[in-house]
Each structure stands twice: as C-alpha cells, then as structure tokens.
Design a protein around this ligand. Structure first.
Ligand code: ADP
Length: 285
C-alpha cells in the first residue's frame, strides 16, 4: 500500500508498506544474494502503481505484479494525536483485491522455496479469490514448496469474527509453518495460553508453529517437540509497527539458511527488537 506519514512541517511523506511487503523487504535486507525474494500481487495502470513497482525493484524485491486496467493501489494515512498513531485506510478499490482472480499456479516456486502469505492477504480477497489462493498454495505444497502463514487477525477486514476465524483455520490447513501472535489469537479464538494456540494450529496439520507473544517468550512447536525461546527485552521502544512482520522475515530467512527452528526464531527476535527501536514500518537495519 501507499503510506502517507505525517512530517514535522505538517505535510505528509509518501512511502510504501503493508504486512507481507514489510516481511519481503526485511527478508531482502537480511538474505544473501543466493536467495531471491519476490512479491506477488496486483497493481493498477496508473502512476502510483508504477512507483510501487519501482520501489520494489529498488529494494531488490522482484515484483510479480498483475496489472489491472483502470485500478490503483491501496493507501493508508497515519495521524498523530499526542504521540499516538491512528490509521485510516483506502483500500476498497485496490487492485490487490484481485490478485487471485487469474491465479492458477506459482510456476516460479520449486521444491525448497517458501511461499508466505497472511490473514490480511486472505481478508482483502473476494470469497472465490480466497479459495483460489488456497488451492494454488496447496498445489505448490504438493510440489515441495513450504507454505508459511501469519494469521494477522484484522476483524475490520472481515464480515464478522466467525467468518474470520473459519477462514484463518482453512488457511492453516494448507500451511506448513504458522506464525500467530498470541494476543490476537487469545482475543478471537479464546486460547488460554500460547500452548493452546500451538495446539490449534498443530491440530489443523501445521508441522511448525511459532507463537509470538510481544516481549514474552516465543513458543516453537515442531511436531511433538516444544521449546520456549526467550526474548531479550528492547532497551527502548519507539514504534512497534512491523514487529511481527520483521520477526517473520528474520525467521523465514533463518529457515531458508537451514537453521533449526529455535535458531531461526532467535534471528526473528533480534530483527524485531531493532525494528521497534525506530520509527516507521521499514527501518534501515
Ligand atoms: P505483532 O506485531 O504481530 O503483534 P508481537 O507483538 O507478538 O507481534 O511481537 C513480535 C515479535 O517482536 C516478538 O516475538 C518479539 O520478538 C518482538 N518484540 C515485541 N515486543 C518486544 C519488546 N518489548 N522487546 C523485545 N522484543 C519485542
């Protein structure tokens, strides 16, 4: 999405961000040249869409963007009131909502690659698009692609909480790795503790569940084994935007590099800790 962020002189600075894109951006920063990071979505055919593509290219993230005539990209604006940030969104006409319209396959992905998506990816799609995305991911999984999913619960993007929870668990069924955040999951699924969150995703067939919990230890559940990885407290917290997104990037790059899940989790924590120490979603690390 386009991000409009307030500046000191009362105007707005334009940038680009969004949950899965933030993860791709940080993954590109962390990974060596042997790992390709690409971003699949849809944009319009206007100037902001073209700028978004250029931004991705300049960041080293390969754009895999369908172009939809007459459409544009989504936008959000940050407002500051006494240091508190609030967000307003314009995304109803966003081309990204059509990203699955003609999705049949993920031909660029092979055995050993990771495909990452989130509950926001799913939430913005029409019901048919959701089904198409999940069946495309399931086919890629059959070819040996690892499917990673951050549920990223955003009730305002769904018709109601029940639809959200059902759709999230359908997405879990096609996923090998789930990266939920406990606070959100507890609120909507009523999980008693991080272990209950891990149980729910394990029961859906997810073989590796990583439950984030803000400054609390991260639960790593791999098949029958479980480990708690402690989080080094941040010395200063400036802005927690993209804490989870950057964690995901550190973790996924760690996995691509062949680290055990607990080690990859430490990579995620180290990156997120740096990101919350500075302002904005995309922090120059
Ligand atoms: P989300 O942004 O998805 O809500 P969380 O709040 O669960 O994500 O945090 C994601 C990760 O960010 C945590 O697992 C942890 O590694 C890191 N993190 C969050 N808050 C802190 C903190 N206060 N100190 C250090 N690390 C933190």
């Amino acid at each position: 999405m386009i991000e409009m962020a307030p500046t000191a002189d009362g105007t707005f600075g334009m940038g680009f961000a969004g949950d899965t894109f933030n993860t791709a951006w940080y993954a590109r920063r962390l990974a060596g040249p042997e790992i390709e990071v690409a971003y699949l979505s849809a944009v319009g055919d206007d100037a902001p869409s073209e700028r978004m593509r250029s931004f991705m290219e300049e960041a080293g993230v390969a754009p895999k963007l369908a172009i939809r005539k007459g459409k544009s990209v989504g936008l959000y604006m940050i407002s500051l009131h006494d240091g508190e940030r609030s967000f307003s969104y314009w995304r109803s006409a966003s081309a990204a909502r059509t990203l699955a319209d003609d999705l049949n396959d993920l031909p660029d992905l092979e055995d050993g690659d990771i495909a990452f998506f989130s509950g926001i990816t799913l939430a913005i799609l029409p019901v048919q698009g959701q089904a198409r995305l999940l069946s495309t991911l399931a086919n890629a999984r059959d070819r040996g692609v690892t499917i990673a999913f951050d549920p990223n619960l955003r009730p305002r993007l769904w018709p109601d909480d029940r639809t959200m929870c059902e759709s999230i668990m359908r997405a879990a069924e096609v996923s090998d790795i789930a990266l939920p955040s406990f606070e959100d999951e507890q609120g909507f699924f009523g999980d008693e503790d991080v272990s209950a969150t891990a149980d729910r995703y394990s029961d859906a067939g997810v073989s590796l569940v990583i439950v984030k919990d803000g400054p609390g230890p991260v639960l790593v559940r791999e098949s029958a084994r479980q480990e708690l990885v402690s989080v080094e407290p941040a010395s200063k917290i400036v802005d927690t935007t993209a804490a989870g997104d950057s964690f995901n990037a550190g973790f996924l790059v760690g996995m691509m590099n062949g680290l055990p899940a607990a080690e990859a989790t430490r990579e995620g924590c180290a990156l997120a800790r740096k990101v919350i120490g500075a302002r904005g979603a995309l922090v120059d690390i």
